[in-house]
Write a protein that binds this ligand. Structure first.
Ligand SMILES: [Zn+2]
Length: 89
């Protein structure tokens, strides 16, 4: 028995617009893996003024949705890039 507790990993990352490099979100990602969505309650800094739209170049980078009743932003491939480790090798 390892005695190791399974704790939920949090990855602090930043999400940028791929069109103009503006910082969109600071986000606490739950668990490792690809970044395909953001839970709205995990966004710690939100620089958008219109939902899911870059405040600088107005590129739409995500769509609002729900996942098991939790509001999420589904990120649109190619419209954003991230900085920070998401636990993916
Ligand atoms: Zn932009």
């Amino acid at each position: 028995m390892s005695g190791k507790l399974r704790k939920k990993q949090i990855f602090r990352i930043k999400i940028f617009c791929s069109g103009c490099n503006a910082l969109l979100y600071k986000y606490n990602k739950e668990g490792p893996g690809n970044l395909v969505k953001c839970f709205v309650d995990g966004i710690t800094e939100n620089n958008t003024t219109k939902a899911c739209t870059c405040p600088k170049c107005e590129k739409v980078f995500a769509r609002e949705d729900l996942l098991r009743g939790r509001p999420i932003h589904r990120l649109i491939k190619g419209t954003f890039f991230k900085r920070g480790n998401t636990g993916k090798k």
